[in-house]
Design a protein around this ligand. Structure first.
Ligand code: CAA
Ligand code: NAD
Length: 330
C-alpha cells in the first residue's frame, strides 16, 4: 500500500519522492516494552472551551490527574457542566442497566479534575501542559511565556492549535525540544484521532511521550510534520470554504449541500453543520491566518458570509446560531 502510494506520488510530482517513506519511517512504533522515558501523570489543560473540556474529560476518564485552567471561574464551572453532561451520555452506553456503576464512574472521573484560574499555580506540578485557548498567536505566545517560567523543567508542552505553526508557538519558550502538537478533534470524547505533530526541534523522547499519551487516552495517533492544517484541516477547511463560495455563487443552498455531502459522500455532517460545530470564530481565525501567510493560495481566501456571521456574534452551535439556529448552546 505504501509502496503504491509512493509510486503514484513520484509520477504526479517527483519533488515528493521519498516523502511517504520518510514519514512512515520516522513515525513512532513503540512496543509495550519500549515505554517512553518521560512519565506523564499530571496533565494541565489550558482553555476550558469546546476542546479543552473534552481533552480534560478523556484524560480524567483514563486515570490522569487533570487541572483545567481558564480566564474566569464562571467559564470553568460551565466547562465542568459540559463534562458532566458528556459523561452522562457515555455512561448510558457503558452501564446500560447499572445506575450505581454509572454514578461511580462519573464521580470518579470528575474527582480527577481540578480547576484553577491561576496558570502559574496550575502548572507547578504538571508533567504535560496542553494548550487549548483561542486560536491567536499573540495570546498563545503570552501564555506559553508564563507557563515556561512556572512549569517544572521536565514538563512537556503541547498545543492543540488547528492551524498555527507549532514551531512558531514554541518560540515563546526555552524548551523547543520538549514541545510538540497534540491535535484532537471535536467532539473529543467521540473522535478517535489525534494528530501528533513534531517540529524540527521536537526530541524523539518528547514525540514518543506525546504519541504514547494519545494511545493511553484510547485514541489513534497519526504523525504529521508541522505543516498548515496538518492532515485533516488542510483538507477539511478548504472544503468548508468552497461550500460557502458555492452558496454565494447561487449554485445550491446550504441545506442542500449538507444533505448532499451526507447522503452522497457518507459524511456524518455536511460542511455548514460542521462549520457551526467547529465554531465560526475558530474557522475564521484559521482561514484569516492562512490567507495572511499564504496570500497566493486561492483555497485560503477569506469569505464574506463567514466574516459577517462572526461580526454578528453568530459563532455556530456554541453561541446558539451560525449558519443554522440551535435550541440549546451545547
Ligand atoms: N460526549 C459524549 N458523547 C457524545 C458527544 C459528546 N460530546 N457527542 C456525541 N456523542 C455520542 C452520542 O451520545 C451518541 O451516542 P450513541 O450513538 O451511543 O447514542 C453518538 O455520539 C452519536 O451522537 P448523536 O446521535 O447525537 O449524533 P450523530 O450521530 O450525528 O453523531 C457526531 C455526532 C459524533 C458529532 C457526528 O455527527 C460526527 O462525527 N460529526 C463529524 C464531526 C467531525 O468531523 N469532527 C471534526 C471537526 S474538525 C476538528 O475538530 C479539527 C479542528 O481543528 C477544527
Ligand atoms: P473555545 O472558544 O471553545 O475555547 C477557548 C477557551 O480558552 C475559552 O474558554 C477561553 O476563555 C479560554 N482562554 C482564552 N485565552 C485564555 C488564556 N490566556 N488563559 C486561559 N484560558 C483562555 O475554543 P476551542 O474550539 O476549544 O478551541 C481551542 C483551541 O483548539 C484553538 O486553538 C482551536 O483552533 C483548537 N481546535 C479547535 C477545534 C474545534 O473544532 N473547535 C478542534 C481542534 C482544535
Amino acid at each position: 500500500m505504501i509502496r503504491n502510494a509512493q509510486k503514484i506520488l513520484n509520477q504526479v510530482n517527483p519533488l515528493l519522492r521519498n516523502q511517504v517513506r520518510t514519514v512512515t519511517l520516522s513515525s513512532s512504533n513503540l512496543s509495550a516494552d519500549q515505554a517512553p522515558k518521560h512519565e506523564i501523570k499530571n496533565v494541565t489543560i489550558i482553555g476550558g472551551g469546546l476542546m479543552g473540556g473534552g481533552i480534560a474529560q478523556v484524560a480524567a476518564q483514563n486515570d490522569f490527574n487533570v487541572t483545567i485552567v481558564d480566564a474566569e471561574d464562571e467559564y470553568l464551572q460551565k466547562c465542568m457542566v459540559v463534562i458532566k453532561k458528556s459523561l452522562d451520555r457515555i455512561t448510558k452506553k457503558k452501564f446500560p442497566n447499572e445506575r450505581k456503576g454509572s454514578a461511580k464512574f462519573v464521580e470518579e472521573t470528575l474527582g480527577k479534575i481540578k480547576t484553577n484560574t491561576e496558570v502559574e499555580v496550575a502548572v507547578a506540578n504538571a508533567d504535560l501542559v496542553i494548550e487549548a485557548i483561542t486560536e491567536n498567536m499573540d495570546s498563545k505566545h503570552k501564555l506559553f511565556k508564563a507557563v515556561d517560567s512556572a512549569a517544572p523543567e521536565a514538563c512537556l508542552f503541547a498545543s492543540n492549535t488547528s492551524s498555527l505553526p507549532i514551531t512558531e508557538i514554541s518560540e515563546a519558550t526555552t524548551r523547543k525540544s520538549k514541545f510538540g502538537g497534540l491535535h484532537f478533534f471535536n467532539p473529543v470524547p467521540m473522535m478517535k484521532l489525534v494528530e501528533v505533530i513534531r517540529t524540527d526541534e521536537t526530541s524523539n523522547e518528547t514525540f514518543d511521550a506525546l504519541y504514547q499519551f494519545s494511545k493511553d487516552l484510547g485514541k489513534v495517533p497519526v504523525m504529521c510534520r508541522d505543516t498548515p492544517g496538518f492532515i485533516v484541516n488542510r483538507l477539511l477547511v478548504p472544503y468548508m470554504m468552497e461550500a460557502m463560495r458555492m452558496v454565494e455563487r447561487g449554485d445550491a443552498s446550504a441545506e442542500d449541500i449538507d444533505v448532499a455531502m451526507k447522503l452522497g459522500a457518507g459524511y456524518p455532517m455536511g460542511p455548514f453543520e460542521l462549520a457551526d460545530y467547529v465554531g465560526l470564530d475558530t474557522t475564521k481565525f484559521i482561514i484569516d491566518g492562512w490567507h495572511k501567510k499564504f496570500p497566493e493560495m486561492e483555497l485560503f481566501t477569506p469569505n464574506d458570509t463567514l466574516n459577517k456571521l462572526v461580526v454578528d456574534g453568530k459563532f455556530g452551535r456554541k453561541s446558539g446560531e451560525g449558519f443554522y439556529k440551535y435550541g440549546s448552546t451545547k
